[in-house]
Design a protein around this ligand. Sequence first.
Ligand code: SF4
Length: 392
Amino acid sequence: MDALDAKYPFFATAREAVADAAVSLPELVAADAPAVERARERVERALMDGTVASESGAFPAESEYDAQAELLSYPIARILVSLLDSQPAIEKYAAAEAATAIDRIREDLATDDELRSMSTPTVSLDDVLAEFDLADAVRPESPRPSAGTAGGTAATGAGSGTGSARDPEHYWIAVGPYLRLTSPSWGESWRLVNRALADGEVRVSREELLDALEAAVEDRVREGLPFELATGEGIAAELESGVADLKRLLSERTYAGPVDVVAPDLFPPCMRNLIEKAERGTDLSPPESFALMAFLVGIGMSPDEVVAFCADTSLDAEGIRYQTEYLSDDRGSQYPPPTCETLANYGICHNEEDHMQVAADPLTYYERRVTEADEVTDWREENATAAEAESE
Ligand code: SF4
């Protein structure tokens, strides 16, 4: 089995490799093969930490699992997540597979050509576009000549850190795939009206193209889930104890109850930084906006309160409502806000004064600060008083 299939198990070739392999998933599960343990880890990490990368290290160089275990863990993880019988768990699992895949794609694109041919197998942007039938829908913007270069063949410079200096900074994507793969809830700048649009194509930066590809991976992973499996029979029976462990973990990690006070001065630095960034009018990336919304909902704010709280920021009311309503309904209990580790991976956390030692997630940190504070003023009361004064 090929390391590339193991790295991107949702690719069509990987699915074929699993189909062609002379292995039976029920037998693997019955034998408790390494792929089963890795599948359990895959789902647990997805639900708890938003990634499916193994804790033992990056695949393939550092992971304790070989390509076969890594590849076969994917179909088994899909069975496990189906048995959890929870749509939010499926959503979170698909998002985590996509986030991990896009990190790997970024690394692959940043690997220079010489290393690419001799070290671990990597994909190119063309490979990924072809995988999602986007080869004809995306084209790089013609490079502009750089200062002092005649003939227009100079590099544009990547600027994003996700490719070599020869990679274009911008691409044009056909409007149909753009609308299918992106969402206005990601921020104002994603709305079509705010985009350069010409001849049925939308201009996107390289990073934005990767965001759209992450959505394509997420759709691919979500497709076909949940499987219909009779509980208590066959493979479902064999996986019963693993499923019970995952359900227990989920219920333990479900946030017990909001502190139910909105004290922005006591917010952890990661959230204050995101709010300040949005107040400066800068768009938040999808992970940034998700982290902030999950935190605000986690401390007990209603969608209306979040909209009012973010009124003077780059976040638009419609996007806020979409995200917060999703997070605050019954399904919200399955979405523990991202941990400090996940936020650090996204560059959202800078672990000021090493306070990751104090708490593993921003909500717990905030809760401690509220408990320890001598006096706490709730923003909701201040906001209501200001609104009353205005109406008089
Ligand atoms: S350590 Fe946690 S709470 Fe503190 S800034 Fe980082 S993510 Fe936020």
